[in-house]
Design a protein around this ligand. Structure first.
Ligand code: S3P
Length: 166
């Protein structure tokens, strides 16, 4: 209950904004990918490679269930989390979902050197980002009750979110 869930595409700043928000409002910060890695003892990349994406998605939904039982958290969801209606339903019951909206151009720039995210380890990264973003944007918007412009520094976005939630 009463959790703040940050939603948006990979590279939109969910984790760095979440950390700043948490320290400013003295709440606990949970990065969902890190939570899953601690729970399974595997990195997200290892889960994708060894067990497949659908196994990762099941673990992600379990994480949503567990975290939505807790209170006063700032949660950085994964970029795919809120594209699943089952996760939206669970997380919405536990708090407020905030969509961090970043332009395609800025996402490409921020993600161009990424070596960690399994979905982006492809030759045509910018095309993949474009396709995924087109599919996901309407889902993020439908999941969230608040949208913020994420095309600024994480401090500025965190301040904007603070002024909205206070
Ligand atoms: C994913 C985003 C990642 C991570 C996994 C899948 C996605 O999280 O959950 O690689 O489907 O967009 P970040 O958005 O924190 O990178």
């Amino acid at each position: 209950m009463n959790n703040i869930i940050l939603c948006g595409f990979m590279g939109c700043g969910k984790s760095s904004i979440g950390r700043k928000l948490a320290s400013r409002c003295e709440r606990e910060f949970i990065d969902m990918d890190k939570y899953i890695e601690d729970k399974t003892g595997m990195t997200v990349a290892e889960i994708f490679a060894e067990k497949g994406e659908s196994s990762f998605r099941e673990t992600e939904t379990e994480a949503c269930r567990e975290l939505s039982e807790k209170e006063n958290l700032i949660i950085a969801a994964g970029g795919g989390t809120l594209t699943f209606p089952r996760n939206v339903e669970i997380l919405r019951k536990g708090g407020k979902i905030i969509f961090i909206d970043v332009s395609y151009e800025n996402l490409c720039e921020r993600l161009k050197r990424d070596k960690r995210r399994p979905l982006l380890q492809v030759e045509n990264r910018e095309e993949v980002i474009k396709e995924l973003l087109e599919k996901r944007l309407p889902l993020y918007k439908a999941a969230a009750s608040v949208y913020v412009n994420g095309n600024f520094s994480s401090t500025r976005v965190a301040n904007n979110i603070l002024s909205i939630i206070r």
